[in-house]
Design a protein around this ligand. Structure first.
Ligand SMILES: [Fe+2]
Ligand SMILES: [Fe+2]
Length: 164
C-alpha cells in the first residue's frame, strides 16, 4: 500500500500521524472497502484530520484527536464477517481497534477511551472531549462517504491511497 501526500497537507498535522502512517500493518487498512465508496485507510485519515482541525479550533488535545481518529477503525477484517464474541460489529469493532492500537502503537488511556467510544450511542459514552470530537467526525465522514462526496484530505487528491 502506498500513500501519496500533496504539499497542501499541513506539516503540523503530518508530524502527529506520520509514525502511524509509516506502519505497514496499519497501511493495509487500504485493502478494505469502507462505506461502499472508499477504503478504511482513507476513511480513518479523514476522521483523523477532521478531528485534529476541530480539536485545534476548540483548544482540545489535537495530538490525541489526530492519533485516536486515525486508529479508531484499526481492524484488519471485513466488517461483514461474524464477530468472535457474537456481538454486532458496531459494538465489537471499537474494542478490536483499541486492542490492535495498543499492541502496535502503545496508545494512551485518553486515546483508548476515544477509540472505544467512537460508535456512541452504540456502545459507551465518550469520557473526554477528544472522544466526543471523534464520534462526531466519524459520523460526518461516514455520511459524506455514503453520499460519495470527497471531503477533507480525500478532496482534490490531497492524500491518495494506492496499491503497490
Ligand atoms: Fe468504526
Ligand atoms: Fe469510522
Amino acid at each position: 500500500m502506498d500513500l501519496q501526500v500533496s504539499d497542501e497537507v499541513s506539516k503540523e498535522y503530518l508530524a502527529e500521524v506520520l509514525p502511524i502512517l509509516k506502519n505497514e500493518e496499519f497501511l493495509s487498512l487500504g485493502n478494505f472497502c469502507h462505506h461502499q465508496w472508499t477504503n478504511r485507510l482513507m476513511h480513518s485519515i479523514n476522521v483523523s484530520y477532521v478531528s485534529w482541525l476541530i480539536a485545534k479550533k476548540f483548544g482540545c488535545d489535537e495530538h490525541v484527536a489526530a492519533r485516536a481518529g486515525l486508529l479508531h477503525d484499526f481492524c484488519l477484517y471485513d466488517f461483514k464477517e461474524k464477530t468472535p464474541t457474537g456481538e454486532a460489529q458496531a459494538f465489537y469493532h471499537p474494542k478490536a481497534a483499541a486492542e490492535n492500537s495498543e499492541r502496535v502503537f502503545a496508545i494512551s488511556d485518553r486515546e483508548q477511551n476515544a477509540i472505544l467510544s467512537h460508535m456512541f450511542p452504540l456502545g459507551p459514552m465518550p469520557k473526554n472531549k477528544e472522544g466526543w470530537i471523534i464520534t462526531l467526525a466519524d459520523k460526518v465522514c461516514a455520511s459524506m462517504e455514503l453520499c460519495h462526496v470527497a471531503i477533507a484530505l480525500e478532496k482534490n487528491n490531497r492524500m491518495v491511497v494506492s496499491s503497490i
